[in-house]
Design a protein around this ligand. Structure first.
Ligand SMILES: [Zn+2]
Length: 276
């Protein structure tokens, strides 16, 4: 599933080609993408909108239009966007929508498992929608160790579950949480509110480090994630624990173990990440 670094990489690649462009034709071929609305109705509403900015909040991609409306795209498990010169897109059975821009290029949305969503918001609706669903952005300067501490304080839930909660912190998912916890030598089942000041500062630093590394590597390509020009990310080569069951911990050599926490596969080093 694309997390903050993957979605931000998509945003950075898409923005220069989309900002200022008009949607001249929109085809939405899958009702699931826009439900409960009708795909033809949403497509018709989008025609004639001009993009003023391509932004990101958490794992949402936001196309802002000059009218004040916004298209909120969530890629979920397997969604991806491709921006290509007109007529150059190859046939794709998993394509769910295509937008033709006024420079003749196409933005195509592909989604194998079809969990992704497109939601058109009217002027004034975006801020409230986001505020109800997302906590702070972990890469902003305002996200300090103190802020992290206040988000975790008094929470008895496992540390990993709180870090995955988008209402607590926006943009983290299974990969970057497992990597940040390993780097911080913290057990994912630690009650979130129990961390001391040193542990909080370590976790804060490592959350930012793994996200920044993910951005520098243009995200992690495991199966479906691709950049808008069809390229791959390379963050998967930087994983220290994620998906590495049985391989030696890069810090101490103990075999990495996989467990399940909150229904999610969870990779840890049993020596470096202990419950007190
Ligand atoms: Zn270890």
């Amino acid at each position: 599933m694309p997390e903050l670094p993957e979605v931000e990489t998509v945003r950075r690649r898409l923005a220069p080609g989309l900002e200022g462009r008009l949607f001249v034709r929109v085809e939405i071929g899958d009702g699931r993408l826009v439900r409960p609305y009708e795909p033809e109705a949403v497509a018709a509403e989008l025609v004639g909108e001009r993009v003023s900015a391509v932004e990101r909040r958490g794992k949402y991609l936001i196309f802002r239009f000059e009218t004040g409306r916004a298209l909120l795209i969530h890629l979920r498990m397997t969604g991806s966007l491709r921006h290509a010169p007109g007529g150059s897109l190859e046939d794709d059975p998993h394509r769910r929508a295509v937008v033709r821009l006024d420079d003749g290029s196409d933005v195509a949305y592909r989604d194998v498992r079809r969990f992704g969503t497109w939601l058109l918001l009217e002027p004034g609706e975006l801020d409230g929608y986001i505020a109800a669903r997302l906590g702070p952005e972990p890469l902003l300067p305002s996200f300090t160790a103190k802020v992290l501490g206040s988000l975790l304080a008094k929470r008895k839930a496992p540390l990993k579950s709180v870090l995955l909660d988008q209402k607590a912190i926006a943009g983290l998912g299974n990969i970057y949480v497992d990597e940040a916890l390993w780097r911080s030598e913290l057990h994912p089942r630690r009650p979130a509110g129990e961390l001391d000041a040193k542990e909080l500062s370590r976790l804060h630093r490592n959350i930012r480090r793994v996200l920044e590394l993910g951005l520098a590597r243009q995200g992690a390509t495991l199966r479906d994630y691709a950049t808008p020009d069809g390229g791959s990310g390379s963050m998967q080569h930087e994983f220290k624990v994620y998906g590495r069951s049985g391989e030696p911990c890069p810090r101490c050599g103990t075999p990495i173990e996989r467990s399940v926490l909150g229904g999610r596969g969870t990779w840890t080093c049993p020596s470096c990440q202990r419950l007190p």
